[in-house]
Design a protein around this ligand. Structure first.
Ligand SMILES: Cc1ncc(CN)c(N)n1
Length: 226
């Protein structure tokens, strides 16, 4: 699979997790969004869980602000927090409101185990490690949905009821987040370890990226199993 152009580091990580990445970006849940066969109940279960997921992901990106070493990194990480809580979540709030679930109820959603496992894994990567450990764990979330959005926008059936979801991640503003995060990660790698390919940290960072990708697969499966 060819990676979208979200930077050199992402391309290396993507290449190092080919099988897991395919399982994530071509999951049956994703196929159901594209061809419209995904049951509405499964989608709503996923979306309510995903709202809580985004709350904790915003916490993890806020930790990245704390772990930043340059003002440029702080700006990109703070902008990503803004994109999560003020833009991406608008989709969740709007769709759920149309189904009678208000934001207060969304915020109270009890986290399913795969959701809890994923978000706390990422937060722990940042608490235990440094900025790069955190970025390796965060990248599959940001870039994977960027890739899925682009893929579904090109291949979905025109009347899928999940067009709003697809459009959110294929949209230029979400794609711009993927590109700016990818560029920031490339700069952060260069500043901290020089070349990723020759760094003794490469294997550990790849492991974090691959584990987070596997946790994404578990998240889709949680939606299907609803
Ligand atoms: C589980 C998950 N992964 C990624 C994204 C895209 N920010 C998301 N909303 N939810």
């Amino acid at each position: 699979m060819t990676a979208p152009d979200y930077g050199q580091t992402f391309a290396l990580w993507h290449g190092g997790a080919q099988g897991q990445w395919r399982d994530y970006t071509r999951h049956a849940f994703v196929a159901g969004l594209g061809d419209g066969t995904l049951p509405r109940a499964a989608f709503l279960h996923y979306l309510t869980q995903d709202y809580v997921f985004l709350v904790h992901f915003a916490r993890a990106w806020s930790l990245a602000v704390v772990k930043s070493e340059t003002l440029e990194e702080m700006r990109t990480c703070a902008a990503t927090v803004d994109a999560l809580v003020n833009h991406e979540m608008a989709l969740h709030i709007g769709v759920c409101a149309a189904h009678g679930i208000d934001e207060a109820a969304l915020f109270q959603t009890a986290e399913a185990a795969p959701n809890l496992a994923y978000t706390r894994y990422v937060l722990d990567a940042g608490l235990q490690g440094d900025f790069l450990d955190l970025m390796a764990a965060l990248a599959p979330c940001v870039m994977g949905y960027g890739e899925i959005g682009l893929h579904l926008a090109q291949t979905c059936t025109p009347d899928t009821p999940y067009k709003d979801w697809i459009d959110t991640y294929a949209a230029p503003d979400y794609q711009a987040v993927c590109k700016s995060v990818g560029a920031m990660i490339d700069d952060a790698v260069t500043q901290r370890i020089g070349s990723l390919a020759t760094s003794p940290r490469a294997a550990r960072l790849q492991q974090r990226f691959t584990t987070a990708t596997q946790l994404e697969v578990g998240f889709w499966q949680m939606g299907l199993d609803a």
